[in-house]
Design a protein around this ligand. Sequence first.
Ligand code: SF4
Length: 374
Amino acid sequence: MKRPPHVSGPPDPSSIDTSERPFVLIWEVTQACNLACTHCRANAQPNRHPDELTTEEGKRLLDQAREFGPGQLVVLSGGDPLTRPDLVELVEYGTDLGLRMTLTPSGTSSLTPETISDLKDAGIRRLALSIDGANPESHDAFRGEPGTFEQTVEAAKAARDVGLPLQINTTVSAQTVDELPELRALVSELGAVLWSVFFLVPVGRGRILDPITPERAEAVMQWLSDVSDDAPFGVKTTEAPFYRRVSAQQRRDASDAPKADAIGRRNGILAGDGFAFVSHVGELYPSGFLPKSAGTVRDGGLVDGYRNSDLFQSLRDRDELRGKCGACEFRHVCGGSRSRAYATAGDPLASDPLCPYVPNGYEGPMPNERASGD
Ligand code: SF4
């Protein structure tokens, strides 16, 4: 049944106090997936985990998400969310609560135009698809399965045909970085509204890929900042908040870098600070790439864990950052990837080793690429 048009719009981002609610709540509805992507954070498995949140537990989680306030953005991710037979039911339930439900399915043969149409009717607001290589050879090699490039492009066209806004997610690694200009053209051709460029964090199967160097990352950020100036779609980075430092430097002197305002708002979000992740078994993490638990949502602990846990509170205090991120004049607009700090140094408050910037006057230790023994 086609659902009535949703009336509530997104909350004004400038009105959101990220110590009270996340901009983005990700729920990893399952780790099951038929692909075997080389970068997979979730170490996705062919079968669903026996302790995965049930349909009823999932609905209780969405009830909790509603407590953050109207229009809360919820991203259903995986694994492949389409491996859950109750997916449409969960989307409808969240939509009826007034949540803004979005989805990141895998590019498989399950993602048919009919499925996309059903999900739109259930209330999905945006479809996010991953394209990591600019052609079938490189994308399919990255995804570990032939045919996924073509299936993903067809799904993108199907989303456009039913008027569903499209987001393209791209993982940047040493293996794919040279294809970014071609990918930019493809994102435009597919009519996406947003290009989310993810900089590899060495967790899960992502450990076997080579990250790009800090110097190359800086050049990519400068290029992305230029792309964002004239592209017909928005550009955002994931796990590379120093994109905001690069943009600020390109537009003004560092001395004019924007500061946090009275309620601590910044230009972007970080793990635990505007961003939260619920695992397939209900653990609350600051991010899927920062698997440090602040408790379980099975006992109703989502909102309290986000607002009051020591872990989330420390991640929101930029003055607790260590090393060069702690000394950096851009820490309130950037703050560094807390996930990469955790993955490489074992400390979520350490410096982000992907950023080559050295703050004025800083003479302390520089971050290592990998923690010892990694
Ligand atoms: S040093 Fe840290 S806070 Fe400063 S720009 Fe780099 S990542 Fe951001």
